[in-house]
Design a protein around this ligand. Structure first.
Ligand code: PHE
Length: 351
C-alpha cells in the first residue's frame, strides 16, 4: 500500500510540474485530489488493512496529499504571476481614454437656458446686466416706484415681509431705482433675478424669475420701447413675429402697456388653425410682458438721491417679463411646477 501511495505521489508531482497554465493546474487538482481521484480511493481502502499497517499507510497517504496540494498551490501562484505580467505587457488598454459611450455631461436647466437667451438678446442691443438684492426695502420695492399706500401688492397676504420696512422683492423693478441712484444717465440695463409672491398653483409659484429692463436718456419715446421689444420678440419667438401694445396700468410707468406677440403656433391666426390653436386659443396674440414710459414721479424720487436726475428733461422706458412664462410659451410646458420638481424625464428634453 505504501509503495502504491509513493508511486501515485511521484506521478502526480511530475504531472503538476509539467503544467504550464493555471487552468491545467486546476485540472490536475481535480485529477489527483478530487472526490473520485485515486488517492482518496486509497485512503478509503486503508480501513480494510490489518490494524498494524493502518497507521503508517494513513500517514503516508496524508503526507502525499499535503505535498501534492502544496506543489499545486505554489505552481499556481507562480504561473498566475507570470500570466499577469504577460497580460500587462501585451494588453493595450489605455485607462486615460474616455469611456465609451461618453458619459452624458448634464445640461443647463430650462430656466437658465431661457434667461441666458434673453440676456444675450439685450446684451446684443447694448444693455448691461444689473443686479439687486432679493431681500429689499419697502421703500425701493414700492415707495420709489410710486405705489399708492393702499396698493394691494403691499398687503401681507400678497407679499413676504421680513419686517415692516423689509420684504422679499415682489418684482425686479426696484433694480431700476438702484441702477439710477448708482449711475448718471444715459442708462441701458437689464436686471434678471428671483422675485417672491404669496401665490401657489399651476400658473404661480411663490418664487419665480423676472428680467427687468430700463433705458433712460434724453429724447426717448414709446417708439423706442416698441422697437426694442419688437427686436426682442423676433429674437426669441421667430423673425416673422409682430408685437402690439395694449393700454394697461403700472404705478411706475405712464403711459403703461402690455405687450402681445403674434402667435408663433398659428402664425397670428394666419395658418387657419383659428380657435383650435391651443397656444393663443384663437386670439392670434399672446401676452408676454408689461412695460411703459418711466413715470415722472419715479424720476423725482431718484432725483432726491442722485442729483444727476434732478431737474433734467429725461425720458425712460421700462419693461418687465417673467422668465418662466417665456420658457413655458416657447416650449409648450403645461404646468409651471414642472420647472421646480426636478424630474429628469422633463429636464432632459431641453438642451
Ligand atoms: N414690475 C411689473 C410686474 O411685476 C412689470 C413691469 C416692469 C411693468 C417694468 C412695467 C415696467 O408686474
Amino acid at each position: 500500500m505504501i509503495d502504491q501511495i509513493e508511486q501515485l505521489r511521484n506521478s502526480a508531482e511530475a504531472a503538476v510540474t509539467a503544467c504550464s497554465t493555471v487552468a491545467d493546474l486546476e485540472e490536475q487538482r481535480v485529477k489527483w485530489l478530487g472526490r473520485k481521484a485515486e488517492l482518496p480511493n486509497l485512503l478509503r481502502g486503508i480501513r480494510e488493512l490489518p490494524a498494524d499497517q493502518r497507521g503508517p499507510a494513513g500517514q503516508a497517504a496524508n503526507q502525499a496529499r499535503t505535498s501534492i496540494e502544496a506543489l499545486i498551490d505554489s505552481r499556481t501562484s507562480e504561473l498566475a504571476a507570470a500570466e499577469m505580467l504577460l497580460n500587462l505587457a501585451t494588453d493595450s488598454v489605455d485607462p486615460t481614454l474616455p469611456g465609451d459611450p461618453q458619459p452624458v455631461p448634464g445640461r443647463l436647466h430650462l430656466l437658465t437656458q431661457t434667461r441666458r437667451e434673453i440676456e444675450d438678446v439685450f446684451l446684443g442691443l447694448g444693455y448691461a446686466i444689473a443686479e439687486g438684492p432679493e431681500v429689499e426695502s419697502v421703500a425701493f420695492n414700492f415707495d420709489a416706484l410710486n405705489h399708492h399706500p393702499t396698493h394691494p401688492a403691499r398687503s401681507r397676504t400678497d407679499t413676504f415681509y421680513v419686517d415692516s420696512e423689509t420684504l422679499l422683492r415682489t418684482h425686479t423693478s426696484p433694480v431700476q431705482i438702484r441702477s439710477m441712484i448708482d449711475q448718471p444717465p444715459p442708462i441701458r440695463v437689464i436686471a434678471p433675478g428671483r422675485v417672491y409672491r404669496r401665490d401657489d398653483d399651476a400658473t404661480h409659484t411663490p418664487q419665480f424669475h423676472q428680467i427687468e429692463g430700463l433705458a433712460v436718456d434724453e429724447g426717448l419715446s414709446l417708439a423706442d420701447l416698441k422697437g426694442t421689444l419688437l427686436a426682442f420678440a423676433k429674437a426669441i419667438f421667430g423673425s416673422d413675429r409682430e408685437i402690439r401694445l395694449r393700454p394697461h396700468f403700472f404705478p411706475f410707468t405712464e403711459p403703461s402697456v402690455e405687450i402681445d406677440v403674434s402667435c408663433f403656433a398659428c402664425e397670428g391666426g394666419k395658418s387657419g388653425a383659428g380657435e383650435r390653436c391651443n397656444v393663443c386659443r384663437g386670439a392670434g396674440w399672446i401676452e408676454i410682458l408689461g412695460a411703459g414710459m418711466v413715470d415722472p414721479n419715479v424720476f423725482a424720487y431718484v432725483g432726491d438721491h442722485q442729483p444727476a436726475y434732478a431737474d433734467r428733461d429725461l425720458q425712460g422706458f421700462a419693461f418687465g417679463l417673467g422668465v418662466e412664462r417665456i420658457a413655458m410659451l416657447k416650449h409648450s410646458v403645461p404646468d409651471l411646477r414642472l420647472l421646480y420638481t426636478n424630474d429628469l424625464r422633463f429636464l432632459r428634453q431641453f438642451g
